[in-house]
Ligand binder design. Sequence first.
Ligand code: HPA
Length: 245
Amino acid sequence: MIAIIGGSGLTQLENLAITAKQIVRTPYGEPSGPITFGRIGAVDVAFLARHGYGHTLAPHEINYRANLWALHSKGVKRVIAVCTVGGIHAQLGAGAIAVPDQIIDYTWGRKSTYFEGSEQPVTHVDFTTPFCETTRQMVIAGAKDAGVALVAGGTYGATQGPRLETKAEIDRLERDGATMVGMTVMPEAALARELSISYAALAVVVNPAAGRGTSAKGIDMDDIARIIETTMAKVRLVVAKAVEL
Ligand code: HPA
């Protein structure tokens, strides 16, 4: 089964014909909320709102281990993770969508592995290619089918948040090679890899990263809300096409 993890602005999938909702308990505690099961077209899809249904969990408060474990325990083999980002590269203006192919992790203090504790053998998963290429190509092809422009690559810099970055921090991320910045793909992608879940991210650019915009007032939350509102419709279209591929 394929699952969609919804981020800010995507706490439900209107085009999902819901068949069940289930609260799943895990050895790692509570997921962000119940998993919604349903169908998009002919395809069985599970949905989980990463920040909770009332958007109450900050990026560093999310129980990523419980979320991925819960999906895995329900037979999820593939995840399309929708997440909002700030655009660093000039190609990634507000309203753009992208399917990153690399990650740099700047987060700290998050529970980011299942392989810990005295009963667990030390295990190092390969993470050279952090996203599943097949799943990435499904999203890219889904966008093409939906007639939606998409940037098919990029490096996602994962920051701790919840505050946004300073201009100097974004300059550093850019020097490191990051083309976009967000707060949630790590440790999500790494945990998916540990569970052998095929995982790709669909990143929605909701603001120019710090120091990259033209606005003198900095990053404005009302502008972000407007972009989320106008962009999520095309994200839903892309997801609907992608899951059927
Ligand atoms: N920085 C980090 N995370 C984000 C941003 C940003 O500018 N926009 C949306 N998520």
